[in-house]
Design a protein. Structure first.
Length: 419
C-alpha cells in the first residue's frame, strides 16, 4: 500500500464554542465554593431533619440552611421558608368514648325538649324562638290547663313541683315525696291550743295546705295519691283552697282531746352560772369531738342570754350538762343523774309529737351515749330508734331547700350533722 494512503487520518476533532460562564455573586460563590465536610477522606452527605417548602414541593434534597442552597441556585422567585413541624395527635379510646357519651347526652336532652323537631330545623332559630317553641309544646299546654285562680293560690305553689313538669322522670315514685320549702318542725300538741280543721290528718299527711305543720312521710302517705289526683283533674284544686276569712273554724274536734302531759307545766329559763359554763366547756372540749351535732357559737349564745324556756332547749341543755358532768368530774360524782332527771322531765312522751331539731339532738345524746354509760342498753336502743323515726319524719335524710342566707345555711348544716 502506498504510504500516502496509510498516513491518511481516519478521525476528526470537532471543537465547539462553550457559552461564557456567568459571574456569581459573593454569597453564591461562598455557597458553591464551600467544601463539603469530609471524614477520613470520604465526603459526608449533609442531612437535615426538615426541608424547606420549595424543596419538599420539588422533592429534592435540602441542606437545611436559610435560605438553602437549592433555592439560591435555582433562583426561585418564592421565598425559602420552613413549615413548623406539627405533631400528629391521635385521640385515645377513652377520649372518643367520652365524646360519644357527651354527644348522646346532648341528643337526649334535645329530644326531650323538642321531640317533634329536627336539629337542622333548630339551628337557624334564635334563643327567644327556641324558648317560645318549648312553651308551645303539647306538654306545656297540658300543664297550663288548670284554672287561673288556683295558680295564684298557696295550694298550687305547693303542688306545682314535681308533677307539672311532665317529664318521664317526674312520674317515678321518688318524685312524689314532697320536700317542703322550709325545714320541717311540727307540734301535735298545738291541737289543744290552736283551731285545726277536722280534715287535717297528720297520720296520713292529708293536711295539704290547710295544716302546714304536718310531718314528712314521703310517698307512703295519702298526700302522694292526692297529688296524682290533682295532676289528672286540676279542677280539684279548688276543693283544697284555704277557707275564706268570713268562715270561722271551730276549735272543737270530733275526736276527744287527750289529757295534757307534764310538758305543759310552767317552764323556767336556766340563767347563766359559772358551774354551767364549766360543764359546757367540758362538753365542747371532750364530747363534741365524738358527736359534733351542736353548733357551739349558737349554743353558747343561747346559754349566755338565759331567755329561752322552751322544752326542747331545756332538755338539750340538761343533757349537755349531764355529759359535761361525766367528763369533768370523778367517777364517784353522780351529779349527772340530777341533770338527766331534769332532761327527762322536758323530754317526756309528748316530746315525740313535737318535731324539733333540739329535741332530736337531746334524744341522740341520751340514747347514743348517756344511757349506755349508766348501763341502760335496752332503753338506749328504744330511744335511738325513736330518734331515727323522728329524723326521717323531719326530712333530715333529704337535702333541704333553703334560701342562700347565713342563717339558712347554718340551719341546713346543723340538720346534716344531726342526720
Amino acid at each position: 500500500m502506498p504510504s500516502s494512503i496509510g498516513s491518511t487520518k481516519m478521525f476528526h476533532t470537532f471543537q465547539g464554542l462553550a457559552p461564557p460562564r456567568e459571574t456569581l455573586s459573593t454569597e453564591q460563590s461562598i455557597i458553591v465554593d464551600t467544601p463539603k465536610p469530609t471524614t477520613n477522606g470520604v465526603t459526608k452527605r449533609i442531612t437535615t431533619p426538615h426541608a424547606c417548602a420549595e424543596c419538599k414541593r420539588r422533592k429534592i434534597r435540602c441542606d437545611g440552611r436559610q435560605p438553602c442552597g437549592q433555592c439560591v441556585g435555582c433562583r426561585s422567585p418564592k421565598p425559602c421558608y420552613y413549615d413548623k413541624h406539627r405533631q400528629r395527635v391521635i385521640p385515645s379510646r377513652k377520649t372518643l368514648d367520652a365524646l360519644s357519651q357527651s354527644l348522646d347526652e346532648c341528643r337526649t336532652v334535645l329530644r326531650r325538649l323538642y321531640p317533634d323537631q329536627d336539629v337542622q330545623q333548630l339551628l337557624p332559630l334564635s334563643r327567644n324562638e327556641l324558648v317560645a317553641l318549648i312553651d308551645r309544646s303539647p306538654r306545656s299546654v297540658l300543664s297550663n290547663t288548670s284554672p287561673s285562680t288556683s295558680n295564684t293560690s298557696p295550694t298550687s305553689q305547693e303542688y306545682r313541683s314535681p308533677l307539672n313538669s311532665g317529664s318521664d322522670e317526674d312520674r317515678s315514685l321518688a318524685n312524689l315525696e314532697q320536700i317542703p320549702n322550709q325545714d320541717i318542725e311540727w307540734d301535735e300538741e298545738r291541737r289543744n291550743r290552736d283551731p285545726i280543721p277536722t280534715e287535717a290528718d297528720d297520720v296520713n299527711a292529708l293536711s295539704l295546705s290547710v295544716d302546714r305543720q304536718s310531718s314528712y312521710l314521703g310517698a307512703t302517705s295519702i298526700k302522694a295519691a292526692l297529688l296524682v289526683m290533682l295532676k289528672v283533674a286540676p279542677r280539684l284544686r279548688s276543693l283544697f283552697l284555704a277557707p275564706s276569712n268570713n268562715k270561722q273554724i271551730s276549735a272543737s274536734s270530733n275526736y276527744p282531746t287527750p289529757r295534757p302531759g307534764s310538758s305543759t307545766k310552767d317552764l323556767q329559763a336556766i340563767s347563766w352560772s359559772s358551774n354551767g359554763q364549766t360543764l359546757i366547756d367540758a362538753y365542747f372540749n371532750r364530747v363534741q369531738i365524738f358527736v359534733p351535732i351542736l353548733d357551739e357559737p349558737t349554743f353558747r349564745a343561747d346559754f349566755l342570754s338565759g331567755r329561752r324556756q322552751d322544752a326542747p332547749w331545756l332538755g338539750l341543755l340538761n343533757m349537755v350538762f349531764a355529759m359535761g358532768s361525766i367528763v369533768a368530774s370523778k367517777s364517784d360524782d353522780h351529779n349527772h343523774i340530777n341533770y338527766y332527771n331534769q332532761a327527762k322531765d322536758h323530754l317526756g312522751i309528748d316530746s315525740f309529737g313535737s318535731g324539733h331539731l333540739e329535741t332530736l339532738q337531746a334524744l341522740s345524746l341520751m340514747g347514743g351515749f348517756y344511757l349506755h354509760y349508766i348501763n341502760r342498753p335496752n332503753t338506749a336502743n328504744a330511744i335511738c330508734g325513736a330518734a331515727l323515726r323522728m329524723a326521717c319524719a323531719m326530712g333530715l335524710h333529704r337535702e333541704s331547700m333553703h334560701e342562700n342566707t347565713v342563717e339558712s345555711n347554718l340551719i341546713a348544716e346543723q340538720r346534716r350533722k344531726t342526720w
